[in-house]
Design a protein. Structure first.
Length: 135
């Protein structure tokens, strides 16, 4: 659990820096309100909790089926993405919201596709470790 805690904090920090770079590139010398910095911190917290805790915990520690993992994490990912997008820009959120079904479908397909590669990689890694123990 300590590893997950460290991952969350690292991802929050790096995503906050990443968001500041994006805002700097988009906004240039524009001034932002202090409340917007809190929004960026909230977005970083969402990113950190999803990618630093929920993904590793779901894929490494839970024993759900691959399909159920993919469906649950797709829902979490889409909701977190839309909440983050709303915090970043409500105009951009209202522009993308009508395409929620396409976002959901693409995210589900990518989760299923990437899970197959991840499991294949993990199985090969475990097989190599077992073969080393056998020798």
């Amino acid at each position: 659990m300590q590893r997950l805690k460290n991952q969350v904090l690292q991802i929050i920090l790096f995503s906050f820096i990443w968001l500041l770079v994006i805002c700097t590139l988009i906004g240039g010398n524009a001034r932002i309100e202090l409340f917007y910095v809190w929004k960026l911190l909230a977005i970083s917290g969402i990113i950190g909790s999803v990618f630093g805790f929920l993904y590793p915990y779901t894929w490494e520690y839970l024993t759900w089926s691959a399909l159920f993992n993919s469906i649950v994490m797709t829902g979490v990912n889409v909701v977190a993405g839309y909440v983050s997008l709303y915090l970043f820009s409500d105009i951009l959120f209202s522009f993308i919201l009508p395409y929620w079904w396409a976002v959901l479908l693409v995210t589900l397909i990518l989760h299923l596709f990437m899970y197959q590669f991840y499991r294949r990689y993990e199985n090969r890694k475990i097989a190599r470790q077992l073969n080393r123990l056998k020798d």
